[in-house]
Design a protein around this ligand. Structure first.
Ligand SMILES: Cc1ncc(COP(=O)(O)O)c(C=O)c1O
Length: 428
């Protein structure tokens, strides 16, 4: 049957699940996907920033296959090497002292656990979140998610006792300030909330993405994160960094929080960890983790041996092939070229990012009004030419560049040429 994968998906899967393209996969390797019709695409979506080593990396396939033949599932009944080996390797990459873990299956699940850990550890209930943030779709994680109101619609009441501070999205400053001259009114608003809505000694944690993902690929001023760290220290609030999208080299550092030098108390990761196998983790200090007694949290599938073996292989390949450095270098090249495109195309309002996490924000002629229509047309043109790009942002007007970290500069060059041709093709 022609394109039966898509037909069956449409027939049997809930329409709530949105597929970004109409392409059915025949096979995929590295940064390339071959469609059922034989067409080949460069995959700059990476399964939503997940395929750190690209599709079916031989080291991942080898490690997962070997583990599949040995031991597939524990459910915390038996001890097994794969999870301890991963924890040991991961402790070498997380900030010093953050060397105890809880493994989950996804980002949202890890966020849920992090909220519980922070509440348990502090005995406080309030959670501080940031507007534009995306932390997942389960009820607790969704309570912190404000990247778009439509994700929350019809699910109220969500978790109570959540405060929302404006994320420092300078291109669209909620206070209409100029980032060059502002005095961080967005941070002032956060402090104001702690005077009017909840006293700081009732706040368990602040949960923030060190670079906004789904909310628009926004890099905050490092000073904002430093101020947040200071505020958390002052009031003994735990700082939770959601590195689900930014972790594992995506931004040109192992973890994006390193750019500002801010050390979290709890770190959450997932996506790129196992380059496509489902895995997430909460990392924290021994002091915090040791205050979480047996049975206070748990999981059946989390820390699956096959996913853990794959994640250890991912760390090995990232190290051996210098992929964090590659992310930084190829990202810098892409950023420079995209910035020069901005000069030629007034529909590009902003180019921003770090490493291989780059957002290109599209605007109307006035240079401000979000333009999702033009981006949609452009993504279609890219797809026609063999490049898959997906969007983000509340207005769906930000193109996100998030290719696998194995991408070579020549491949980036080709992708950007396609992007440039597509801008002409889309007549913008
Ligand atoms: C920053 C961030 N946190 C959490 C999540 C939720 O992860 P998952 O989809 O694995 O539940 C996402 C997913 O896009 C994310 O980008």
């Amino acid at each position: 049957m022609k394109n039966s994968a898509m037909e069956k998906t449409r027939k049997f899967l809930t329409p709530a699940l949105v597929f970004h393209t109409g392409i059915s996969v025949k096979k995929a390797r590295g940064i390339y996907v071959e469609g059922a019709d034989g067409r080949k695409y460069m995959d700059f979506a990476s399964g939503l920033a997940t395929l750190s080593l690209g599709h079916c990396h031989p080291a991942v396939v080898r490690a997962a296959s070997a583990q599949l033949r040995k031991f597939i599932h524990s459910g915390c009944i038996f001890h097994y090497g794969a999870v301890g080996d991963l924890a040991e390797r991961l402790a070498d990459k997380t900030p010093a002292g953050m060397d105890m873990f809880f493994f989950s299956n996804s980002g949202a699940e890890a966020i849920e656990g992090a909220i519980k850990l922070a509440r348990f550890s502090t005995g406080r209930q309030w959670v501080l979140a940031f507007t534009g943030g995306f932390h997942g779709r389960t009820t607790g994680a969704l309570s912190l998610t404000t990247s778009a109101a439509r994700y929350r619609k019809n699910y109220h009441p969500l978790l109570p006792s959540v405060l929302y501070a404006p994320y420092p999205y300078c291109f669209r400053c909620p206070f209409s300030n100029n980032p060059a001259t502002c005095s961080m009114e967005c941070f002032g608003y956060l402090e104001w909330m702690l005077e009017h809505i909840a006293t700081p000694d009732e706040v368990a944690c602040a949960v923030i993405e060190p670079v906004l993902g789904e909310g628009g690929y926004v890099v905050p001023p490092p000073e904002y994160l430093r101020k947040l760290r200071k505020l958390c220290d002052r009031f003994h609030i735990l700082l939770v960094m959601d590195e689900v999208q930014t972790g594992f080299g995506r931004t040109g550092r192992w973890f994006a929080s390193e750019h500002s030098g801010v050390r979290p108390d709890i770190m959450v990761m997932a996506k790129a960890m196992a380059s496509g196998l489902p895995l997430g983790a909460i990392a924290s200090t021994r002091k915090i983790m040791k205050g979480w007694p047996p049975g206070a949290h748990g999981t059946t599938f989390g820390g699956n041996p096959v996913a853990c073996a794959a994640a250890s292989a991912v760390i090995g390949v990232i190290e051996k092939q210098g992929l964090v450095e590659n992310s930084r270098k190829v990202g810098e090249y892409a950023m420079a070229r995209l910035k020069s495109l901005k000069e030629k195309h007034p529909c590009i309002g902003d180019v921003r990012g770090a490493g291989l996490m780059i957002g290109v924000e599209f605007v109307k002629k006035d240079g401000r009004t979000p333009d999702a229509v033009v981006l949609k047309r452009l993504m279609k043109e890219c797809e026609k030419r063999g490049l898959i790009i997906v969007e983000c942002g509340r207005h769906k007007n930000v193109a996100r560049f998030m290719p696998p970290l194995i991408i070579k500069e020549k491949e980036m060059e080709k992708a950007l040429s396609i992007f440039e041709d597509s801008l002409d093709g889309a007549d913008v």
